[in-house]
Design a protein around this ligand. Structure first.
Ligand code: ZN
Length: 401
């Protein structure tokens, strides 16, 4: 759900727990190629649904099932409040002191024993304010889905509801008010779950090539990050604005493509700040990421650059070979989930071939994201280098995984 940060985090948490259980360890996203020869395991079934959406409230449900039999399923039902941004379990819709009433009512209408009903975790409302209680049923004869829903009339349920439950019930007939969407470059993608790769384009913008690349990226639905040279951004602010407005990330590649290893502290700061000023003038936003020309990093540069340093894990050498028949196989051979791919949007030999390259990457199973999306959940630090996400060499894993 775009913009619903805490809701998405709760769903991802449940999904990652199921993936960890299914793979027998911390799950790592993979493309099909990497899973060849992987031993067959029990099927993981994932069933997500929206139970209710009205006013500020969204009730979502995720069930994950590995194999069959008792204990094979996990289920989470959560209530998201777009007014406060908070997400809580649906159990909080009912007062703890009245859960027994609900269990007794559910028991009498399903015939299930009370131990099954102790876990009344799946509570929601219908659009007239009746409370719904969904419980797993062991005997398939009761329900094809393995679940049965009991409806409690709104007036009966009212005294059992918590303050939150009453607010959700009061809003039951209102239209859903979604949260403010994220900027497209930051839209939620979980790169611990899906195989992400980040296309990055350096040295632009260029009048002859950048507009064509923007059209290609938009047509392909691919995220991308542009590390713009400040002088070029100052010369073509409309191109930098177009990159930003189309939902791409614009980063800083110094003012004049300087090798920052060779500069004094004051000159390093000047290269970064002049470029940030030019990009902000074009987009309205100060860049949050920089890439050093030539990948040039040393201690003095780290101490003065004042921004996270984004390197790469896939070097296409597109600027050197100027030949898609050479750099495309190089990219496809090096790319892995969490990769950052280095190319340059000032060469027609690069831009002309991006549609084919993107199609190859997407067909291989990659979701193409911006650098901020790739590193979502990781607190990037000024002066630190980042070349990819995950556990590969030179990569940064997400906290706790
Ligand atoms: Zn460069």
């Amino acid at each position: 759900m775009d913009g619903a940060t805490s809701f998405n985090a709760a769903i991802d948490h449940q999904l990652l727990a199921a993936l960890d259980k299914h793979t027998g360890g911390p799950y790592q996203p993979a493309v099909d190629k990497a899973q060849e020869g992987h031993p067959a395991t029990a099927e993981l079934a994932v069933d997500g649904s929206l139970a209710h959406a009205s006013g500020n409230f969204l009730i979502g449900r995720l069930r994950t099932t590995i194999g069959q039999g008792p204990g094979s399923s996990d289920e989470t039902t959560i209530v998201y409040d777009s007014g406060t941004g908070a997400t809580v379990p649906s159990t909080e819709l009912v007062l703890p002191t009245h859960r027994a009433h609900l269990a007794a009512l559910a028991q009498s209408s399903t015939g299930l024993n009370s131990s099954t009903l102790l876990s009344l975790t799946d509570l929601a409302f219908d659009d007239t304010g009746n409370l719904t209680v969904t419980v797993p049923v062991a005997a398939p004869i009761l329900s094809d889905s393995g679940y049965r829903t009991v409806t409690v009339p709104s007036a009966t349920a009212r005294p059992w509801l918590s303050e939150l439950g009453q607010r959700v019930q009061d809003a039951a007939a209102s239209p859903w008010k979604p949260p403010t969407p994220e900027a497209k470059a930051l839209r939620h993608v979980n790169c611990d779950i899906v195989a992400c790769a980040a296309l990055t384009y350096d040295d632009g913008p260029a009048q002859a090539t950048t507009p064509q690349l923007l059209r290609t990226l938009e047509q392909a639905g691919a995220g991308a990050t542009f590390f713009a040279v400040g002088g070029a951004a100052n010369y073509s602010p409309e191109l930098v604005r177009a990159e930003h407005d189309a939902g791409f990330t614009v980063g800083n590649h110094t003012w004049s493509h300087a090798d920052l290893r060779l500069l004094s502290p004051g000159a390093i700061v000047d290269q970064i700040q002049r470029s940030n000023t030019a990009i902000k003038a074009a987009t309205g936003e100060v860049p949050t990421l920089m890439r050093p020309p030539y990948g040039g990093v040393n201690q003095r540069m780290r101490q003065n650059v004042g921004m996270p340093i984004i390197l790469w894990s896939v070097d296409s050498l597109d600027w050197l070979t100027r030949d898609p028949a050479k750099y495309t196989p190089a990219i496809m051979a090096q790319v892995a989930p969490g990769a950052i791919i280095l190319e340059h949007d000032i060469h027609a030999t690069t831009v002309d071939h991006q549609a084919a390259l993107i199609a190859d990457l997407q067909k291989a199973g990659y979701t193409l994201v911006t650098v901020p999306q790739l590193f979502a959940g990781i607190d990037l630090q000024p002066g630190q280098t980042y070349g990819c996400r995950g556990h590969g060499r030179g990569c940064t894993p997400s906290p706790g995984r």
